[in-house]
Design a protein around this ligand. Structure first.
Ligand code: ADP
Length: 515
């Protein structure tokens, strides 16, 4: 290939002949305009763009291509351009529009240049139809807008659902909902229990769960929660400062399938536990009452036999005493029947009192009591029950002694003690009823010189159905002292005793002085 320096003389092509097809085949519209704005030349692309023929273009003013509404302004711009002609794009940043012959408009981009010929100035305009570009641009803008709207909507939805979850979690009753990371640091925590403890979730976020727990509880919790990170859900209970909590822990799998967080629902179950305990206690009480009833039935079947036998034999004997001389014999049997019925009534009364006490149905009704008077009338009523030759000696340190107690309960308790004193003593023995007024307490003592209680059995006294070995031949249920103790205690007092086998016993009930 030979090298040649380009020079006009070396050109084999006439530039005129080269420029014209180039001018016509250009993809952009090219327009040559004189200083007056008259069109001097327009290429083929211009005819396609605007619908004018080249001939129509030639000599027409460029203003025919400008939309009517801005034609006026354009004229001014053109004048300015010719006063300082230079290469530039037109209406940069503006939405330029051009008008076709048929009056329709389309968006254009125009770049301007100028040249001088024979002392005359011309402007060359390169006109590009940017309809498609603008459409694409608008489409992009529209898509962007749509995308932005969607992002905004999703963000709002997310914020809304987050608010919703937080509200649900914040109102989670009697507990908290927690999310922990692998180190058991708080990632999320909400729940009513939190606010009850005076803690806010802001304080807890990022802190370590185990730091809030006592050491032993923390160790237990960690053992369980470590397993949850291995994918094993669990439920367990812990006790913190007399509060009971149930923890439900589940792994939270990430989209990649690994477990970096766990969800722990912590519920304060103290109230449920208390109810559970109440139910358990009630059940135990129920069982105890059932045992009591069955023991009573076995005791009663034994203890009822003697008085019922007495009644039966006395009734059949009375039937035989038909003459009026037999009246003393009849009276004797009537007395025996009365006594037997009394025994039966006492057994039943004891049992009913005990059942009422056990069921918590007995309420204390305190009232002022003149103890001297009270004891005297009690002794009076009781004298008929004493064995032959038995006497009660009543001693009171003061002329007047007053108490504020439940009369019925006190009377029941004292009658029980007096009955025992008489029952477990021989005929002609003495019983002492003494009232003692000490600085701290009011005391009532019942002392006898009866059979006493064997020392090795004394620790069973006051137990239900307890009867010492030395009383097997004497009627009794083993319920009396248990009832006495309960009556005395619900009135705020206490009972104690001293006894020596074969010598006698003393039972002392005492009520502390208040204030
Ligand atoms: P009960 O007299 O019906 O057997 P209590 O509960 O009143 O039942 O008494 C329980 C037991 O305590 C009696 O069975 C008896 O062994 C003993 N006990 C109670 N009081 C006396 C007493 N004053 N003297 C001797 N033993 C007594």
């Amino acid at each position: 290939m030979s090298k040649s320096t380009p020079s006009n003389s070396g050109l084999r092509v006439n530039p005129e002949a080269f420029y014209e097809p180039l001018f016509d085949s250009a993809g952009e519209g090219i327009l040559l305009v004189d200083q007056k704005g008259d069109i001097v030349l327009a290429n083929s692309r211009m005819t396609q763009l605007f619908g004018y023929t080249k001939e129509e273009f030639r000599g027409s003013n460029v203003s025919i291509l400008i939309p009517a509404e801005i034609r006026e302004r354009h004229h001014g711009h053109m004048q300015t351009y010719f006063s300082n002609p230079h290469a530039r794009s037109m209406g940069k940043g503006l939405n330029l529009a051009a008008e076709r012959k048929d009056g329709t408009q389309f968006p254009v981009e125009i770049s301007l240049n100028h040249f001088e010929n024979n002392g005359e100035s011309f402007a060359i305009a390169l006109v590009t139809d940017i309809t498609q570009r603008k459409k694409d641009h608008d489409k992009i803008l529209e898509l962007n807008e749509l995308l932005e709207r969607k992002v905004k909507e999703r963000t709002e939805q997310l914020a809304e659902s987050q608010r919703l979850y937080s509200a649900i979690a914040r109102n989670f009753p009697e507990g908290t909902i927690n999310v922990f990371d692998r180190d058991l640091n708080y990632i999320f925590v909400e729940g009513k229990e939190l606010y009850k403890l005076g803690v806010t979730n802001e304080i807890l976020m990022g802190s370590n769960y185990l730091d809030r727990l006592p050491k032993e509880v923390g160790d237990k919790v960690k053992t369980y929660l470590d397993e949850v990170f291995e994918g094993i859900s669990c439920t367990f209970q812990v006790e913190i400062n007399n509060n009971y909590y149930e923890l439900d822990a589940v792994p939270l799998e990430s989209s990649e399938g690994d477990i970096r967080q766990i969800l722990v629902v912590e519920k304060n179950i103290t109230k449920n536990k208390a109810v559970e305990n109440e139910i358990r206690k009630a059940l135990e009480k129920e069982k105890e009452l059932n045992t009591l009833k069955s023991r009573f039935v076995s005791m009663a079947s034994h203890e009822f036999r003697t008085p019922l036998g007495t009644i039966l034999s006395s009734v059949s004997l009375i039937a035989r005493y038909t003459s009026s001389e037999d009246q003393p014999k009849r009276d004797k049997h009537i007395d025996r029947i009365k006594h037997a019925i009394n025994i039966l009534t006492n057994i039943l009364n004891d049992f009913l009192s005990l059942e009422k006490l056990e069921a918590g149905k007995v309420k204390v009704k305190s009232e002022p009591i003149d103890l001297n008077q009270f004891c005297e009338s009690l002794i009076n009523d009781f004298s008929g029950v004493l064995k032959n030759g038995q006497q009660i000696i009543f001693k009171c340190e003061l002329d007047e002694m007053h108490a504020f107690l439940d009369k019925q309960m006190l009377s029941n308790a004292m009658l029980n003690l007096l009955t025992n004193a008489s029952k477990y003593s021989d005929e002609d023995s003495t019983i002492w009823l003494t009232l003692i007024d000490s600085a701290e307490a009011l005391m009532i003592e019942v002392k006898d010189e009866g059979i006493g209680i064997p020392e090795d059995e004394q620790h069973h006294l006051f137990e239900r159905f307890f009867r010492a070995q030395n009383v097997t031949n004497i009627q009794g249920t083993g319920l009396g002292l248990n009832i006495v103790k309960k009556y005395v205690e619900i009135m705020g007092g206490s009972i104690s005793f001293e006894s020596q086998h074969g010598v006698g016993s003393v039972f002392r009930i005492s009520f502390p002085k208040i204030g």
